[in-house]
Design a protein around this ligand. Structure first.
Ligand code: C2E
Ligand code: MG
Ligand code: MG
Ligand code: MG
Length: 285
């Protein structure tokens, strides 16, 4: 826990001050400098409609390339940013990039829903909704092109407060998606009472498709439940044609995964969107 430790209190750890803690401190230091040094970027991973084969949206994924460390995985630095509170600044930056980019695509005539991951700490900031509203106004982006990806854990902490906030966001017209669906421990009751538009089936359930019976059962159940509640279902982490074909048969609405593309620069995604035959080649084998 780096979060609550004051300056000068490192001495406490002296005897065991290990390489681990030291490298975490170095990593945090480099991370806090990275934005200002132009070492971070937002990439966009396409989401493909399984009925039409068209790209209908993209998820904003933060990338960090450090001259010494190389590409640092978000799986490493996002949890660190969450622990030390820096995620609030980082998330605000990603949000502005994504909204600006999304508004640009709308203007260019190939609009897409852009999804942005929102950590619990960001979501709990008292000015989160006001800042979001201001950004949408600044870039003149109609709210329905923006989607927020939240995890079930957000609904567990301060359930009442979170519910109110989700309703306000729904009223604003922003789309709400539940990320990594199936890996949390929440009471599913929120699905019928909150304005959720999308469930993202976690890639841990997609990985075993098409063979694994348990994964097939879980993914099938999520699709049925989602549709009964008029909620779209997206499968994450689709890497093979066989996975895509099964998901298509099961009536899943969209997929995201390396089969189509990893996170791309805005230029590369724009190019893919303008050339649907390239997408077809990749997703039809
Ligand atoms: P996530 O939101 O569940 O994002 C999906 C992750 O799966 C991404 O990893 C993506 O690159 C990866 N992925 C996509 N397709 C495939 C596939 O076919 N196979 C495999 N094996 N992986 C695939 P990434 O970019 O490393 O991000 C990891 C996590 O970091 C994200 O998980 C998200 O929770 C977090 N993250 C990334 N960017 C942001 C951000 O801007 N803000 C916040 N708060 N979190 C972020
Ligand atoms: Mg996500
Ligand atoms: Mg996910
Ligand atoms: Mg994930």
């Amino acid at each position: 826990r780096i979060k609550d430790r004051g300056r000068g209190s490192y001495g406490f750890y002296q005897p065991q001050m290990n390489a681990n803690l030291l490298s975490r401190m170095k990593l945090e230091h480099s991370m806090r400098q990275a934005l200002g040094l132009d070492r971070m970027a937002v990439h966009y991973q396409p989401q493909v409609n399984l009925e039409t084969g068209r790209i209908t949206g993209a998820e904003a994924l933060l990338r960090w390339r450090d001259p010494d460390l190389g590409a640092v995985s978000p799986a490493v630095f996002i949890p660190l940013a969450e622990e030390c509170g820096y995620i609030v600044a980082l998330g605000a930056w990603v949000m502005e990039q994504a909204i600006r980019q999304c508004a640009g695509w709308v203007e260019l005539g190939h609009p897409m829903v852009v999804s942005v991951n929102v950590s619990a700490l960001e979501f709990r900031q008292p000015d989160f909704i006001d800042r979001l509203t201001a950004l949408l106004a600044t870039y003149r982006l109609p709210a329905h092109w923006l989607e927020l990806e939240l995890t079930e854990s957000i609904l567990l902490q301060d359930a009442h407060e979170s519910e109110q906030r989700l309703r306000l966001l729904g009223d604003l017209g922003v789309r709400l998606a539940i990320d990594d669906f199936g890996t949390g421990y929440s009471n599913l009751g929120y699905l019928k009472k909150l304005p959720i538009q999308k469930l993202k089936v976690d890639q841990s359930f997609v990985r075993g498709l098409p063979e694994d019976e348990g994964d097939r059962a879980i993914v099938g159940a999520v699709i049925s439940m989602g549709h009964a509640l008029r909620i779209e279902v997206v499968a994450e982490g689709v890497e093979t044609l066989a996975q895509k074909e099964l998901l298509q048969q099961m009536g899943c609405d969209q997929f995201q995964g390396f089969l189509c593309a990893p996170g791309l620069t805005p230029e590369d995604l724009g190019e893919l969107v303008l050339n649907p035959e390239l997408v077809q080649q990749r997703i039809q084998g």
